[in-house]
Design a protein around this ligand. Structure first.
Ligand SMILES: Nc1nc2c(c(=O)[nH]1)N[C@H]1C(S)=C(S)[C@@H](COP(=O)(O)O)O[C@H]1N2
Ligand SMILES: [Mo]
Length: 466
């Protein structure tokens, strides 16, 4: 289907809208079934007030059908038909500076325009159209622990593979007694397990580093929580049987493309030690919030590694390879590594668990509040241990302990709230700081590292009080 913008203009004295009968005829002509019978879909129409000029956005397989459909309008005035494009298509097809990643010819992919349009329609904040990277709008969370699927942040390195569920297989190979090739149906038949897990991108909050860092300029919305259902990773490994020497598992996605510094196409792949696979309760998930995984979140199967930064939760999983290790893939050793400058030396440290962090959700930044009683609410999480406490400071006052809502969560963020009074009009600064049961707490300033990972600095929200 192609998109067109249609413009029609007529002289005032020929305006059919002034005659009720002719007007009704037009309205019926523009009814969906009528438009559709011409092989056209009407996306929108509007008349420029006082100008007798009509604009329509329509979709059709070809321009001739559109012209044919416009015939009654052509009889009373002019008709122009312009081939058109959406903003999402213009940007996704290279309008932006990023080069289009080169992809393996045999993996069909979701059209970047479509993926991007969905993100826009859901109210996500798009950072890059292709590959699609979009963060969640934090206020979308109000009302629950999980983020509705359409609002969950999306982090991609390449284009989104469109996998055929009937042909799809999960191959388990390498140092195993019985190599496996599991269909989706076979996985569905295995004992299922459900976990509520928060995924956070290691680059969440990267836009706050100073000096600035290259890479996706995430604000604070590259984090979301969902209820994931699938098969525990260790059960699949048990079914395959591990051979002596097995120490790491390589998790391979179906997506691939070019990355700087490599001449060949690179798959998205990450490894996890067997010990971490067990300790983390990693899941091979086929459902998200009770629905099949949405395509942008890894359909038909993805890894979910609770408490770890998101990079290990490989989407569009097609292969598990058991190896002796250490695995040295691009996304294992070139990316997702802290590079700290210490005593004139660069110290490298692979990313693993999410750092302790809290987010203020209510009030939202710049949301106007009336003076008097105010409820401050947010979520907090930590990979190393459950959250011990969240403290809130209003206008650089003392830190006051917020109430943790509900039970302590192991794998997901949890709500906290503080009811307080703000009596001074003007701009108020609200800050929140979480501490976990391992005794880790949020720093006041982001800890700068070359690739901009793991920023868990205390968040500050400024709100006008009237
Ligand atoms: N196959 C594949 N898996 C992937 C990625 C990717 O680009 N390709 N991105 C990773 C990163 S960096 C993050 S933060 C999470 C994001 O998951 P989401 O898009 O479902 O939010 O997926 C991870 N898994
Ligand atoms: Mo990420």
């Amino acid at each position: 289907m192609a998109l067109f913008v249609v413009r029609h203009h007529h002289e005032a004295e020929r305006c059919p809208a002034t005659d009720p009968d002719a007007g009704a005829e037009i309205l019926n002509y523009l009814s969906r079934p009528s438009v559709r019978s011409h092989g056209v879909e009407l996306r929108g129409e509007a008349i420029v007030e006082g100008e007798h000029t009509l604009y329509m956005i329509v979709e059709s397989s070809d321009e001739d059908r559109v012209r044919e459909f416009m015939r009654p309008f052509a009889e009373v005035g002019s008709v122009e038909v312009h081939p058109a494009s959406t903003c999402a298509r213009a940007v996704a097809s290279g309008g932006c500076a990023a080069p289009t990643p080169v992809v393996d010819g045999d993996v069909p992919a979701l059209h970047p325009e479509e993926a991007c349009q969905r993100a826009i329609d859901a109210g996500l904040l798009v950072h890059r159209a292709h590959p699609l990277n979009a963060e969640t709008s934090i206020p979308a969370l109000i009302g629950g622990v999980v983020m509705p699927n359409a609002h969950f942040y999306v982090r991609n390195h390449f284009q989104i593979p469109e996998l055929d569920p009937s042909a799809w297989r999960l191959d388990v190979a390498g140092l195993v007694e019985r190599p496996l090739s599991l269909s989706l149906r076979e996985l569905h038949k295995m004992r299922s397990h459900t976990l509520v897990v928060t995924l956070e991108c290691a680059g969440n909050g990267r836009s706050q580093f100073d000096p600035p860092i290259e890479g996706e300029k995430w604000r604070l919305g590259a984090v979301s929580t969902a209820e994931w259902t699938g098969v525990p990773l260790v059960e699949v490994l048990e079914r395959a049987g591990l051979k002596p020497g097995a120490r790491e598992i390589v998790l391979r996605g179906a997506d691939a493309g070019r990355v700087p510094g490599h001449s060949e196409t690179i798959r998205y792949e990450r490894s996890l030690s067997l010990e971490d696979a067990r300790d983390s309760e990693a899941l091979l998930a086929y459902a998200m919030n009770g629905e099949p995984l949405p395509i942008q979140h890894g359909y038909p199967l993805r890894v979910v590694v609770p408490r770890w930064y998101g990079m290990t939760s490989v989407k569009w999983l097609t292969e598990i390879e058991v190896v002796e290790g250490p695995f040295g893939g691009h996304f294992q050793t070139n990316a997702y590594v802290y590079e700290w400058a210490r005593d004139g030396q660069v110290v490298r440290e692979p990313l693993t668990l999410q750092q302790v962090r809290s987010l203020i959700i209510k009030p939202a930044a710049h949301e106007e509040l009336e003076r008097g009683e105010v409820a401050i609410r947010g979520v907090a999480w930590s990979g190393a241990a459950p959250v011990a406490r969240v403290e809130v400071s209003v206008d650089d006052g003392t830190w006051r302990e917020a109430r943790l809502v509900g039970e302590r969560k192991r794998h997901s963020w949890q709500w906290w709230e503080l009811l307080t009074r703000i009596d001074q009009p003007g701009t108020t600064t609200i800050r929140a700081r979480a501490t976990d049961l391992a005794g880790r707490t949020q720093p006041d300033e982001p800890r700068w590292n070359r690739l901009g990972y793991g920023n868990n600095a205390v968040q500050e929200v400024r709100v006008p009080i009237s």
